[in-house]
Design a protein around this ligand. Sequence first.
Ligand code: SF4
Length: 389
Amino acid sequence: MISLYFHIPYCIRKCRYCDFCSVPVNETIDGYADALIRELALKKEQYPDETTRTVFFGGGTPTTLRADDLCRVLELANRLFPLAEDAEISIECNPKTASLQSLKTLHGGGFNRISIGLQSTDDSLLRRICRVHSCDDFLQTFEWARTAGFANINVDLMHGLPGQTTEQYLGSLQQVFELQPEHISAYSLILEEGTPLAEDVARGKETLPDPDTVADMQDAGMDALEHAGYLRYEISNFARPGYSCRHNLTYWNNEPYLGFGVAAHSSMGNGTKWYRFSNTDSIPQYLRKIAAGRVPEAERILINTFERMFETVMLGLRKTEGVSYASFSRMFGCDLKNVFAEAIERNRVRALWEPDPERLRLNRRGLDLLNMVLLDFQERNYWDLLKAD
Ligand code: SF4
């Protein structure tokens, strides 16, 4: 079974920190749902036998498309890549791009999980990062989502925003806890090169909280989330028991997924040959290729066995449950403890592992230092294993 991802590259306007593949809504949006439908048919020819366990419509802002168009795409996806009865079907939504009626249409069309982008409940912060909505807009959208029938809702929040204090961040969390969403994603702002925010910071026109303050925010936020009953299951993701995002777990478990739409990535293969590939990130080119009946692929990379082993560790260690020794051995026919013995030992000396006989998993400090830990795994055995591939 695989997962399906649909990328919708439109937003009302760009947020100042955003480097995702998205543009302000323009006339190309009119043909976009039909293009996704054609791409589904093209990929069905390449992958005729796949069935689906999760679907995710992300962006951009998927709800800039009409709800009935989104449902048409989902309906065809179900026909061509049949969805499991218990499939998780998520859609991202930003306040100001949905109505009660559109959310009812989406829920009636099969979407059973919605992820609402809030980032902060503080209107001055929302304006400062150029979000198109206020906190009240978010509260209205959340209420509509519940009324429309969504029983699995995620709220996105951020910390480390320009001028943000720990008190503001904790205030946002408390306000969100009162709504009792099933899932909260709590991301730290990453200053991406080339964004207006990064340029303003470089010119001294904008300031970010210093790294110690951001670390304090993160720690205080994690304590508050856990106290409110949200279990941390990935670096930035927290859920009530039973509500971890199954689609995102596909990525962190390094399992197969097929992407549709501009800039969508895929990872597909079998035991011996594994490929990662992506669509063009140009909307006009995507639409042109689809109109000509061509798969809009821009890049395809063969992943060798060691790279796949490393990716499995890199992605798996993001989860608090880490990587299961048994599943690694099922995937690769060898022992994780042997392949990465040195890297595991180096980080044992640093006291970054949770004691666990069945899994390799980082403790809270280890999760904070994940990038450093991964450098050890990347070095280890690379050339030997590459030769053996
Ligand atoms: S709504 Fe999301 S995808 Fe769109 S510009 Fe803002 S951060 Fe980027």
